[in-house]
Structures are given as C-alpha cells and as structure tokens.
Design a protein around this ligand. Sequence first.
Ligand code: ZN
Length: 408
Amino acid sequence: MRSWSAPNVPRLPGSGLPLRLYDTAARGLRETAPAGPARMYVCGITPYDATHLGHANTYLAFDLVNRVWRDGGHEVHYTQNATDVDDPLLERAKATGTDWRALAGREIELFRSDMEALRILPPREYVGVTEVVGQIAELIGRLTERGATYRLDGDVYFSVAAAPKFGAVSGYSEDTMLDLFAERGGDPQREGKRHPLDWVLWRAERPGEPSWPAPFGPGRPGWHIECTAIALRNLGSGFDVAGGGSDLIFPHHEMGACEGHVATGEWPFAKAYVHAGMVALDGAKMSKSKGNLVFVSRLRETADPMAVRLALLARHYRSDWEWTPEQLQEAEARLARWRAAVERPSGPGASALLAGVRERLAEDLDAPGALALIDAWAAGEGDDTEAPGLVRDVADALLGVALPGRAG
Ligand code: ZN
C-alpha cells in the first residue's frame, strides 16, 4: 500500500561514519557494515488506535539509523508492515461498531500524517498484512514441508522443537519466555499443544471473523509469520537490522527469526536486532491496554512537531523513560534557540560540529550527545558566515529537525 511522503534530506560535505548499534542478540555493540544497500525491517503498528509517543520514539530511532546510513553513502532499503488484521483490531472494531477495514484504513492514514509531521523517512515498501496473505500462506507451506508445523483443531502451529536457534535473539530463560508469551498475545496454556511455547502460524476461520483461503483451510495469519514473510519477500534473509520496541524482543522477534531460519536454512535471519526503549507516563509503560497514552496527533494540535521530535531525541533511544509536559517545553525552548542561531549572519565555525555529530550518532545513536554539541555551537559566537547554513543542514540531514533557511 501507499507509504508516506519523504522529507528532503540535504547532502552534507564529506561522508559519515560506519554505524555501531547495540544488537540484542549479540548482547553488545556491533558495527553495521552493509554490503551494498543497507536493508532494514521495522515492525509496524496494529492500526486500531492513534500513534502514541512510544511508537514515535521507536520509529524515530530507526529514522536515525536510516539517516546515518545514508550519510555514510549507503542506499537504504527499508520495509515496514502494518498488522491490518489481528485480534486487538477486530475486538476494537466490534466494540465500537466499526468495520475493521475502515478502522484500519483510518488509523493507518493518521499514522502516515504523524510520520510526515515528524519528518520520518518513509519505508520503500509499506505492506499491509491483508495485501500479502497468499505469500504468508506460502511460507507456512514451506515450514510444513520442513516438518516444523502441526495442526490443532484446524489451526497451524510452529513447533518450537523444530527451531535449533530458539532463544538466540532474546537469551531469555524458559520461565521468562513463558511469562512474556502469556503477556504478549501467546497461548502457553492451550490444551493439545506439543510445547507451551509453540506459536500459531495460521488461525482457522472463526464465526464472524475475516478469513482467506489457504491449502490448510480458510483462516488468517498469526502475528510473527507476517513479518517474516514480508521481510523475506522484500529484503531476503541476512538483512542488516530488524527493529522495533523492546517489547518485541520476545516473543515477536525470537519467533520470527526461527521461522526465517527454518524456512530458508540461513542464519542469522537479521544481522542485528535493535530495540528502542519504552516510554512511560504516570509511572507505567505507555500502552494501549493501560490507556495511558499521549497521542502524537493530539500533541501536534498545539506543539511544533519539530519540538516533539527534539523532545524524543533528548533521550537515548534505548533508555526507558517517563514523558512529562515539561520535556516538551524544554524542547520548544531548544528549538527556538537553534532557530535563532541559524538565522544569524555568522557563527562559530561548524566543521568540527559536523564531525562531532557524526561521531555521536555513529556510536549507537547518541542523539542527546549530538544535541549538546549543537546547543554549544548555538551558544557561541563567531564570524564564519557559512556556519549557520551548515548547522541548519546538519540538524536537518542527521537529526531530521528542520530549521528555517538563512534570513534574507
Ligand atoms: Zn514484526
């Protein structure tokens, strides 16, 4: 389906640095050194509610990855899905008397406009699950040929016993896995499963639910297999970064990696698993189930989207933190200082600033460090007439923060 429109990205002098990122599977920093185009898959939204700050924080982190790679001379191949059919979406549609397709369409459109306002670079492929159910069914067929699946009352399950790499992404103990699986949409208690951690690949048609034809009977895809199919189809296995919020480490990315491995025989499915921290509000992680959400679209009604972006950039992407309205005020003040500084006829020389911002971002996306460097430049004085324009381009290209052009 349609992606969203791309903001302009100014070219900067010279070339950026290779990007080091914290890889959850490696439990440490590793250099992402893509050969040829850099390939990234970031898990998309389930479109039953508006984009909240937690989402924005995640997509912003991977927008920085995209920008740093581009600055380093890479072409970036970025794919994202939208889970436009799933239990929470169907439940919300039913509860509100809305057609599930209309609900998904409306929320995806709002998501696009939020991403555009925040100047997030769009994926090359933005894929709705309902567009590719046939491809997903085909992949389930491949897993079945490899003996990795079994049937339970018409549903198709992946057998964890068939996944030699299970546990490689998260490194979690089985107890932790069981807890998280139950908490995040899994069904460890279901009777008849071979192992409590086996997961559903295909959910047979239930009365009143949408379904699609498949060789193993009409139904709809499970959650993990959709991303595996969309990533394989567009990026192939061994792509550079699989991304999402840290709540996707398990089960979503663990199980998806195993599906990809068993289907292709290739490992790793993604070279790095990169996860953004969780944003909290009033002491609890922002989540739809808790209802403690700050919506980007609501913030945009009164705040400059660039201030929202700066407020998120002020925290390291991997940290868990709590949102407060004061953070937005601080970001608005910073935005005003930066705008005033780039509108000056001259300022301190900025080539060291460019090198410094590149260095900070290349080191696991240290955006707070990059912000501090621009703060220091904006507070200084100098007679370099090229500097304000260069700093404006640095903020735009590397941080995605648009400042107005030079006065006059
Ligand atoms: Zn996903």
